[in-house]
Design a protein around this ligand. Structure first.
Ligand SMILES: [Zn+2]
Length: 164
């Protein structure tokens, strides 16, 4: 899953399931839903391209998510960041990759034995394109419902992270 899938479906999960949670700051949720890829893709696929070609490393581990969760006990703002990270790991099916999820229990990270083609993945993997379409559609629903196409509404959302 890529950007719209991660943002939109995390947004939908909290919007639907988190109705009783007060003061959801969706900005932190959005950041958290992308953070594992923001950290790992450049690190694993560019910086360590020669030695460790893998876009799912340290920020795709339970250790990383737990560390942010522990920090969020002190800093409430980080709760949504933490929720976004856990949802990202879930949507990446990291439970199918225990050697990464439970790092360092099974040793170091391993390089991929193939070169992923993200364009091919987007158009050929139903999970990827269906996730992108569903996520994008939900974001459009929020965009229209809360009239975020109006500049003042959009800027209020950017400033507060709240939907009103
Ligand atoms: Zn990821």
């Amino acid at each position: 899953m890529f950007i719209f899938g991660h943002i939109g479906l995390s947004f939908a999960a909290l919007y639907v399931l988190g109705r009783k949670i007060k003061n959801i700051d969706y900005r932190f949720l959005i950041l958290g839903s992308l953070l594992p890829d923001i950290i790992d893709k450049p690190l694993g696929l560019v910086v360590f391209a020669d030695t460790l070609y893998n876009g799912r490393i340290i920020a795709h581990t339970a250790v990383f998510a737990l560390a942010v969760s522990v920090l969020s006990l002190r800093a409430r703002k980080l709760r949504m960041l933490s929720a976004g990270i856990w949802l990202h790991l879930l949507m990446d099916f990291m439970f199918l990759y225990p050697e990464t999820l439970l790092w360092p229990a099974f040793g170091g990270f391993r390089p991929l034995d193939y070169r992923p083609d993200f364009v091919v993945q987007l158009i050929s993997n139903p999970y990827t394109y269906a996730g992108e379409i569903a996520g994008f559609s939900f974001l459009m629903y929020i965009f229209v419902k809360y009239r975020l196409y109006r500049r003042e509404n959009f800027m209020r959302f950017v400033r507060t992270g709240k939907l009103e």
